[in-house]
Design a protein around this ligand. Structure first.
Ligand SMILES: [Mn+2]
Length: 369
């Protein structure tokens, strides 16, 4: 179970092909997800250097044993870093890379101070900023990766089944968030993929309302948004319920609009469409009903080693969807001072359309808990 050595080697091979196409001699990987994707190393600190003919992972004393085990068989050499890892990076670049080598780096992740230090050692001409790179390799998932995301999603589904009866008037948002994360851990998650959002009553109008000290009241809309990590891969999930009493007519109406938009998007998602066209599937439904301005975020986002990654399903995004991409589908309506509704599933793009990985029920009107 998990990602095989062969698959890891394939990632490095594809990455080197990408480097060659971009006329780069190597690449400096600093972001934890990209480092993990290419090397298998799960530690929190280290720099991965990938050249066309060699690769070195630099990390510190705390991680040497773990890194050796996690990168075994990949062909990546492990080296203990100098006290300052960038001294080691500079030394390797100057020693192994040749005087004219051009090295790419993650301009969306490398800290300015570290860049300045490295540029001072090897010269700015040698360093080529690249954004969203090598993250673009991660967009299309392998069957093994899809399996791990499906497992993370199933964990979240089971945790939701257990949380639902606990969502009652008198409970505190933070308490429910803690319970959800505890249930996910009990069901096999190594962590929450992000701090669980629980936004109740008027607070549900905040799309990313962090769980607070508010106590749930009868008749509140409650938006619960959380996810699990399983073997490094993330799930993401949102449901909206009404607590303590039957939903009101307006709550029913807004909820069914969001559900319709979500189901239209799931029915319409298919390979070949752009991320902007995917976003429009749900947006058209909400705009027609007059709620365009109240759906102020994109339809969804890619999901994998990071809980938010490419492709981003939103207006202006020209990325073309391909089979194997895994995305969230999460339209919402947010009305200040009243509340909000969001419904989110995870779907994998297939040859014909998409397959929904989330299995938690989506009743036609908000369930009363
Ligand atoms: Mn999401």
């Amino acid at each position: 179970m998990g990602i095989s050595i062969e698959e890891r080697k394939g990632r490095l091979r594809r990455f080197r092909e990408l480097l060659a196409r971009e006329e780069l001699d190597g690449f400096i990987v600093v972001s934890p997800e990209n480092r993990r994707y290419l090397s298998g190393f799960t530690g929190s600190s280290g720099v991965l250097l990938v050249a066309l003919e060699w690769a070195v992972l630099l990390t510190d004393f705390r991680y040497l044993e773990q890194a050796a085990a996690e990168t075994a068989g990949t062909g990546i050499d492990l080296q203990k870093q100098a006290k300052k890892v960038w001294e080691s990076v500079a030394k390797l670049l100057l020693a192994c890379a040749g005087p004219l080598a051009r090295w790419g780096f993650e301009s969306d992740h490398l800290v300015v101070e570290d860049y300045r230090f490295l540029a001072g050692q090897v010269g700015t001409d040698r360093l080529v900023p690249k954004e969203g790179f090598p993250g673009r390799l991660r967009m299309v998932k392998s069957p093994a990766e899809i399996e791990l995301i499906a497992k993370a999603t199933a964990i979240t589904d089971r945790a939701w089944e257990r949380l639902l009866p606990e969502i009652k008037p008198g409970r505190r948002e933070e308490e429910l968030a803690a319970l959800f994360e505890f249930f996910q851990r009990e069901e096999g998650a190594s962590a929450a993929s992000f701090p669980t959002l629980v936004a109740s009553g008027p607070r549900s109008a905040m799309p990313h309302g962090a769980a607070g000290s508010r106590v749930l009241c009868p008749g509140d809309l409650v938006v619960v948004d959380g996810g699990a990590v399983y073997a490094g891969y993330c799930s993401d999930f949102t449901r909206t319920v009404v607590v303590g009493e039957e939903p009101g007519a307006e709550q029913e109406r807004i909820y069914s609009l969001v559900l319709e938009a979500q189901e239209r998007a799931l029915a319409g998602l298919k390979p070949g469409m752009t991320a902007a066209e995917a976003d429009a599937l749900a947006r058209e439904v909400l705009e027609e009903a007059g709620y365009g301005p109240n759906f102020g975020h994109g339809l969804g986002h890619g999901l994998g080693l990071a809980v938010h990654e490419a492709p981003h399903l939103s207006a202006g995004q020209e990325t073309v969807l391909e089979p194997g991409m895994v995305v969230t589908v999460e339209p919402g309506i947010y009305l200040p001072d009243w509340g909000g509704v969001r419904i989110e599933d995870v779907a994998v793009i297939t040859e014909e359309g998409c397959r929904v990985l989330t299995s938690s029920p989506k009743p036609p009107s908000p369930v009363t808990s």
